[in-house]
Design a protein around this ligand. Structure first.
Ligand code: 5HY
Length: 252
C-alpha cells in the first residue's frame, strides 16, 4: 500500500476562506498519493499587502510550520514538503532554517516555471504597494530582465467577491502585459488567484501559471528525488538562545 505523502500548504494570512480556496487549488494539482494539509496561523494579518503585513506574518507562519512538523514527528512520520502560499514568499529563508522538509514559495515556483515556458513573463498582482517586493524577488530568482510586474489595484480579499470587479481589472492588466510589455507567459501574483488560472489560460491562449499549483508539483518532485534543504550554510537550524517578551516561545 502506497503511504500518502503529506504536503503542508501554509497561507500566512489568517483568512480561513482564502486558505480553503488555496487548499482546493493545491489538491487539484497534487498527485493522488499526496495528502494536502492547508492551514493558516491563528495570529497575524487578515491579508498581506506590503512590507509591514509581510513582516508581521512571519511569526505566525513559523509557529504553524514548527507545530505541524512536530505533530508529524509525534505520529512517527514526517512532512514530505512545505509550501508557503503567499506570493511575497513570506519568511521563506527563516522557514528553511526551522523546517526539516523542503520549503517552496509560490513566487519562486511560479517564476521558475514560467521561465521554462517562455522568454518573458508578466506578473499580475493585487495592489501597487506589492509591486516593489515582487520586483525584488524577480531579481533574487534571476528573472528580472524578462519579468514585468503590474498591479490590478484590487485588495487581496476582494478576489473572493465576484461582484468586486477584480477579475475584469486583472483581465485589463493581463492584456497590457501581453500587448504593451511583450510578455509570453502570465504569472498570477497572489495565492488568492489560484482558481483563475485555467479559465484565463483558455481566454488569453498563453501559459498562465499559478504559484500554488507550481509549488505543490515542485515540492512533490523534491520529495520523489529524496532531496531536502541543505543545513550546511545559511539554512542551518537556528542556534539555541534566549528570546524575550511576546516572542519568548520562539526560542530555538
Ligand atoms: C498573497 N498577499 O499571495 C499576497 C499577495 C499580495 O495575503 N496572499 C496575501 O498582494 O502581496
Amino acid at each position: 500500500m502506497t503511504v500518502p505523502r503529506d504536503v503542508l500548504v501554509v497561507n500566512p494570512n489568517t483568512t480561513a476562506s482564502m486558505t480553503d480556496r488555496i487548499g482546493a487549488a493545491a489538491r487539484a494539482a497534487a498527485a493522488p498519493t499526496t495528502r494536502v494539509l492547508a492551514v493558516n496561523p491563528s495570529m497575524g494579518p487578515a491579508s498581506i499587502e506590503g512590507y509591514y503585513d509581510e513582516a508581521l506574518a512571519v511569526p505566525g507562519l513559523l509557529d504553524t510550520i514548527i507545530r505541524h512538523e512536530r505533530a508529524a514527528r509525534d505520529q512517527g512520520g514526517a512532512l514530505a514538503g512545505i509550501v508557503i502560499a503567499c506570493f511575497d514568499d513570506v519568511g521563506l529563508d527563516a522557514a528553511r532554517c526551522v523546517a526539516d522538509a523542503p520549503v517552496v514559495g509560490i513566487c519562486e515556483a511560479a517564476m521558475q516555471t514560467a521561465g521554462l515556458l517562455g522568454g518573458s513573463m508578466g506578473v499580475v498582482t493585487t495592489l501597487n504597494r506589492s509591486v516593489p517586493a515582487l520586483e525584488r524577488l524577480a531579481q533574487r530568482y534571476g528573472v528580472a530582465d524578462r519579468c514585468t510586474v503590474r498591479a490590478a489595484e484590487v485588495p487581496v480579499l476582494a478576489l473572493e467577491d465576484p461582484a468586486s470587479g477584480a477579475l475584469d481589472r486583472m483581465r485589463a492588466v493581463i492584456a497590457r502585459l501581453l500587448d504593451e510589455d511583450g510578455a509570453e507567459c502570465i504569472v498570477l501574483g497572489c495565492a488568492g488567484m489560484a482558481d483563475l488560472a485555467r479559465s484565463l489560460r483558455q481566454e488569453f491562449g498563453v501559459p498562465v501559471v499559478d504559484g500554488v499549483s507550481a509549488a505543490v508539483t515542485l515540492v512533490e518532485g523534491l520529495a520523489t528525488l529524496g532531496l531536502r534543504t541543505s543545513k550546511r550554510g545559511g539554512y542551518a537550524a537556528p542556534l539555541p538562545k534566549a528570546y524575550t517578551g511576546v516572542l519568548a516561545g520562539f526560542a530555538p
